[in-house]
Ligand binder design. Sequence first.
Ligand code: OOG
Ligand code: MG
Length: 262
Amino acid sequence: MPLERSTIEALARHLDSCVKEVRDTEKLTDQHPEMSWEEAYAIQEAWRALALAEGARLVGFKAGLTSVAKMKQMGVETPVFGFLLDRFAIAEGGEAAAASLIHPRIEPEIAFVMKKRLAGPGVTLAQVLAATDFVIPAIEVIDSRYRDFRFDLKSVIADNTSAARFVLGGRARPVEALDLRTLGVVLSINGEARAFGAGAAVLGHPAAAVAELANHLARRGEALEAGQVVLSGGITEALAVAAGDHVLLEVAELGTVGFRFS
Ligand code: OOG
Ligand code: MG
């Protein structure tokens, strides 16, 4: 039986309260095993509407589970997409309060900032490159609202793909000056290099994740807009972090970005 509109909105409010009260919950499909893909995204969208009604601003979107390392770590096989709000942003070199998060993990990513509107369907990698203003190093902080970070795809979609915080920094550069496939990344915690990879880990080319995202948005009547930020997905597995940790991402040709968990 399909989920009632009131149930979809109640589940969105439930996930929102988990964020605000910094507590975990069982994954939604435990109570609603019949949930469809459409309903999972409908919960995510109801959550977005709730945040926007509270005054939050939509600043962009994210693709997740776009690398084999991430798919293996989480035991799933397809990319997922979520939204980014202004309140997720951490200043480069700034701090994130560990006490405001449930069980944060960090991921090294390449962020795209759009120069032009990009609307699917049928968006290609070349169209993504042509519509991109610049790329910039990003660390995403994910924080699943689900107990022990365990979920299935529908539950994680409803949970806005674990989105929590992100930081952009280092050098912003136009894509034509770079080979994003061979761009190396090193993610360190407290000065120790802990995860390594290259852009090709993300669907062969990070811009392919942006194309998939644009095509996903088109199925929902939306598009990427000029100025929006896109996180293209973790290049390596995600690393757990705790209060006091200093995290730093180095990206070849694009410099470094970091922050501290206070
Ligand atoms: C889902 C979000 C994954 C990425 O970059 O792969 C993600 C999760 O692993 O909790 O943001
Ligand atoms: Mg991510």
